[in-house]
Ligand binder design. Structure first.
Ligand code: SAH
Ligand code: SF4
Length: 356
């Protein structure tokens, strides 16, 4: 028997075609669409306004989704990390975060299994690249989490495992599904990239209202190259002009992400260079104190005092500067800590658990 096809990933037009093929009236597609994307129902049999005969026909050939829950961990701060299994045995992680101050839930989605970019401070990078996720697999992470938690999710960040701009088409398809079908506004979505210049240019041309976040992490090539090999391909002198072009095309302010690694990129000199580099760019700066991924990688988070000093130095430039509050560090759910424990060796696993 061939595997059943998941319906998450079908937009309304595709569902209309499918319903037509099954010999059903068109309005059934709208009902099915609403059950899948808005009410996040995962069981055809619970879709009570569909005729029983249609529910049976659907269940013969299709499933709603295809993710299975392998593990769910709840952090002391309320963050929930979901480990999902995919039909081919691969696994991915997604994170539900609650921001009390603003009473908002946000979901962090993965776009690839592993990542080829191999930043030296990132647990996902250590896995290497396994494969791209489909648009359905990306979207389903959100729908599953909504279904499981009942949370009203307002914001989506494409900041989980993987480099979204190296899985451009599927990420864009997921983004539009989440926007049109799951009804989350473009302005509530953020894509974070390590700086894939041709794809930033392509995204700029689409003129979307989303937020683009750039993992800059250093103000000069010498420092950036130490921990981001991608900088060889897209050095700062090609990246920064692409960001100006992006702002010109979209009118949107960019978020600059800057990880703070003790003694590596956190001095006053780095802050001054950063200010000079970003002087005329329409951006906010988000400082991310390093989240440990294992002692053997040699990085450390700067002290709180150093983080605040760095923030003050950067504030001397004219940009808005925020320090990212880490979420779920106790369950290794914070930025850069996501990895699929099933994919790594027992020894590394120990390190990952210790790091959390
Ligand atoms: N691949 C994309 C998106 C996923 S990573 C990117 O690199 O932008 C999301 C963010 O977490 C990036 O800014 C990344 O640099 C940062 N990050 C990775 N490892 C980290 C770590 N150990 N501590 C803090 N931030 C980390
Ligand atoms: Fe990939 Fe982003 Fe991790 Fe770099 S920081 S290895 S681009 S997931």
């Amino acid at each position: 028997m061939s595997a059943k096809l998941p319906l998450i990933g079908y937009n309304l037009q595709a569902l209309e075609a499918l319903v037509k093929d099954l010999g059903e009236p068109k309005f059934r597609a709208q009902q099915l669409h609403s059950w899948i994307y808005v009410r996040t129902q995962r069981d055809f049999d619970q879709m009570t306004n569909l005729a029983k005969s249609l529910r049976v026909k659907l269940a013969e050939k299709y499933t709603v989704g295809q993710l299975s829950l392998v593990e769910k961990q709840v952090s002391q701060d309320g963050t929930i990390k979901y480990l999902f299994g995919l039909p081919d045995g691969q696994q991915i992680e997604s994170v539900l975060m609650y921001f009390e101050e603003r009473d908002v839930y946000a979901v962090c989605l993965s776009t690839q299994v592993g990542c080829a970019v191999n930043c030296d401070f990132c647990a996902t990078g250590k896995l290497g690249f396994k494969r791209n996720l489909t648009a359905g697999e990306i979207t389903e992470q959100l729908l599953y989490i909504r279904h499981d938690s009942g949370a009203t999710v307002r914001n989506i960040v494409f900041m989980g495992q993987g480099e979204p701009l190296l899985n451009y088409d599927n990420t864009m398809e997921a983004l539009h599904l989440i926007n049109r079908s799951a009804e989350i506004g473009m302005r509530h979505m953020t894509i974070s990239t390590s700086g894939i210049v041709p794809m930033i240019n392509k995204l700029a041309d689409e003129k979307l209202q989303l937020t683009l976040a750039i993992s800059l992490h250093a103000p000069d090539n010498e420092t950036r190259q130490k921990f981001m090999p991608i900088n060889k391909k897209y050095p700062i002198e090609t990246l920064i002009p692409a960001l100006h072009r992006y702002v010109d095309k979209t009118g949107r302010r960019i978020t600059i992400e800057y990880i703070l690694l003790a003694g590596v990129n956190d001095t006053q000199g780095h802050a001054q260079k950063l200010n000079a580099l970003l002087k005329t760019l329409h951006c906010n700066i988000n400082l991310i104190p390093y989240n440990p991924i294992g002692e053997e990688y040699g990085y450390q988070r700067p002290s709180r005092e150093q983080v605040l000093a760095f923030r003050d130095w950067v504030m001397e430039g004219s940009h808005k500067v925020t320090v990212r509050i880490e979420r779920g560090t106790d369950i290794a759910a914070a930025c850069g800590q996501l990895q699929n424990l099933a994919n790594i060796t027992a020894q590394e696993k120990e390190v990952a658990v210790v790091a959390s």
